[in-house]
Each structure stands twice: as structure tokens, then as C-alpha cells.
Design a protein around this ligand. Structure first.
Ligand code: NAD
Length: 264
């Protein structure tokens, strides 16, 4: 199968690092013009430099915006060209006990992980429907179905994305636009590397080795028994965004290494 996205324009939110960066690279590698986004001009410029070195013939544009902020999200929308592919990847995570999670933190997770995707879908889906083709993907998590007791606020936000994705797929039924959620499992992203930086220094172990220990200790049901790479996650997202994935909509697709112990 050869995926050809030439002529398509994609927005990948929070794509200056981690899974989003790999998705941006994957979509551009398949020929799409990709708009990348991060919170600051400096992080966007740095990511654009890296992508230009990796894919010198690909076309990238960068727009900074903090997507937890409705005004900055609107400014991003106003600056966008017509978008055919929207990947709602922006999301934050961190261990906080339920009894220490105050309203402000709940609200910050809700704004960043859920409302960012609500606002962008509301702004960009009508154009896709009008043009008769489009792809919207929400980067959820296995934590949407395996709610972690040590980050309930995160799990709730990721489950909400599944409801949003399924509802939007039905809302645009028959239009040629598909809406899906992708559920990664533990993934060796920049965010994970930052979380483990102290541990790498303290133990002298590699990030991969510590990642494997993390999986065996905290996600023991993993079938692959290791962290996934960001490219392994991006590969599924690029397929879901492809013309070939036209019969997949309203789905919650796992790239979790089998962590969710279920047959579907
Ligand atoms: P990451 O921390 O490696 O990268 C996140 C990127 O998002 C960074 O570039 C950061 O600058 C940007 N960002 C953060 N807040 C932002 C905001 N408010 N507005 C715009 N940009 C913002 O993260 P990651 O691990 O690649 O995670 C990406 C997505 O994948 C998230 O939605 C996360 O919930 C999901 N996910 C990650 C894992 C994992 O193990 N890494 C597992 C399942 C799901």
C-alpha cells in the first residue's frame, strides 16, 4: 500500500515534540503540507529546523498557540489555510493523586486535552464536510479505558475524547469525512524522557531500559512488553489519515502494545 497525501493540508497540534512531531513527519513524508504547532515561537522554529533537515523537500508551516487558551486557539484558526486533516494531539499528563487535584488542575486538563479538540473540530470540520473529504483524529490513550488510579483527571479527559470522536463521526456521517480516536500505550516520547531524566542520571540506565521497567511495573498486561516508539504510533495515525482508511470512522483504534486486556 502506498499512502499519498499530496495536495492535502494537515494541522497536527502540539507537534514540536513527542508523538505529534512524529505524526507531522509521517504525514509530510506521505506528501501532505503540514502545519505544526507548539506553545512558543522558539519551539516551533526549532521543530521546523529539525523537520527541514529530516525531510528537505517536504512543506511545513509553523504556528505557535497555547491550545489551552481559547483566544490563542482562535488566533491559530484565523491564521490557518484550508485544513483537510486535523490531528488533535495536544495533551498533558502527570501523576497527581485525586485528593490533591484541585479544580484549577481539573480545568487545565479539560481545556488542554478536551476543549482544544472541541474548538478546532468546530472550526475546521465544516470546511472538510463542504469539500467532501477530511480526516479528524484524536490522540487519546489506553488510559481512556484503563483509568489510572494515580491520574484519574487524565483518564477522564482521555475517555471524553472517545465520546467526542464517536459523536463527531456520527454528526458528519456520510460526508466523506472520517473521525477516529487513536489510543497509544506507553510511548517513548519527549514528555516521557523528561519525566525519566532524573532516573536516567541516577541509575545510568538507558531510557529504553527504564521504559521497559516502567511497562513491566505499571502496565504489566503489555503484550509487546516494552514502550512503543513515537514512529510506531505515528504509522497508525498516518494510515487513519490516508484515503485508504475511508471505511474506518467512529472507531477507537489501539496502538497500545496490547496493554488493554481485551479482545476488541
Ligand atoms: P510530549 O510531552 O512528548 O510532547 C507534547 C508536545 O505538546 C510538546 O511539544 C509541548 O510543547 C506541546 N504542548 C503541551 N501543551 C500544549 C498546549 N497547551 N498547546 C500547544 N502545545 C502544547 O507528549 P507526548 O507524550 O508525545 O503526548 C502527545 C499525546 O499523546 C498526548 O495527547 C498524550 O496524552 C498522548 N499519549 C501519550 C502517551 C505516552 O506514553 N507518551 C501515551 C498515551 C497517550
Amino acid at each position: 500500500m502506498k499512502i499519498d497525501l499530496s495536495g492535502k493540508t494537515a494541522l497536527v497540534t502540539a507537534s514540536t515534540a513527542g508523538i505529534g512531531h512524529a505524526i507531522a513527519r509521517g504525514l509530510a513524508g506521505a506528501g501532505a503540507h503540514v502545519v505544526i504547532n507548539g506553545r512558543s515561537q522558539a519551539s516551533v522554529d526549532k521543530a521546523l529546523d529539525a523537520l527541514a533537515r529530516q525531510l528537505p523537500t517536504a512543506r511545513f508551516t509553523g504556528i505557535p498557540a497555547d491550545l489551552s487558551d481559547p483566544a490563542q486557539t482562535q488566533a491559530l484558526v484565523d491564521a490557518l489555510p484550508a485544513i483537510d486533516i486535523l490531528v488533535n494531539n495536544a495533551g498533558i499528563f502527570g501523576l497527581v493523586d485525586f485528593f490533591q487535584t484541585d479544580d484549577a488542575q481539573w480545568d487545565h486538563y479539560w481545556q488542554t486535552n478536551v476543549l482544544s479538540g472541541v474548538r478546532l473540530s468546530r472550526a475546521l470540520l465544516p470546511g472538510m464536510v463542504e469539500r467532501g473529504w477530511g480526516r479528524v483524529v484524536f490522540i487519546s490513550s489506553e488510559s481512556a479505558r484503563n483509568i489510572p488510579a494515580d491520574m484519574i483527571h487524565y483518564g477522564v479527559s482521555k475517555t471524553a475524547q472517545l465520546a467526542l470522536s464517536r459523536g463527531l463521526a456520527k454528526r458528519v456521517a456520510g460526508s466523506g469525512v472520517t473521525v477516529n480516536a487513536v489510543l497509544p500505550g506507553p510511548t517513548l516520547s519527549d514528555g516521557f524522557a523528561t519525566m525519566m531524566a532524573e532516573e536516567v542520571k541516577r541509575t545510568g540506565k538507558s531510557l529504553e531500559a527504564l521504559g521497559k521497567e516502567f511497562v513491566m511495573a505499571h502496565r504489566a498486561s503489555s503484550v509487546i512488553q516494552r514502550m512503543a516508539s513515537v514512529d510506531e504510533v505515528a504509522n497508525l495515525v498516518v494510515y487513519v489519515c490516508s484515503p485508504q482508511a475511508s471505511a474506518t470512522s467512529g472507531a477507537a483504534l489501539r496502538v497500545d502494545g496490547g496493554v488493554i486486556d481485551d479482545i476488541v
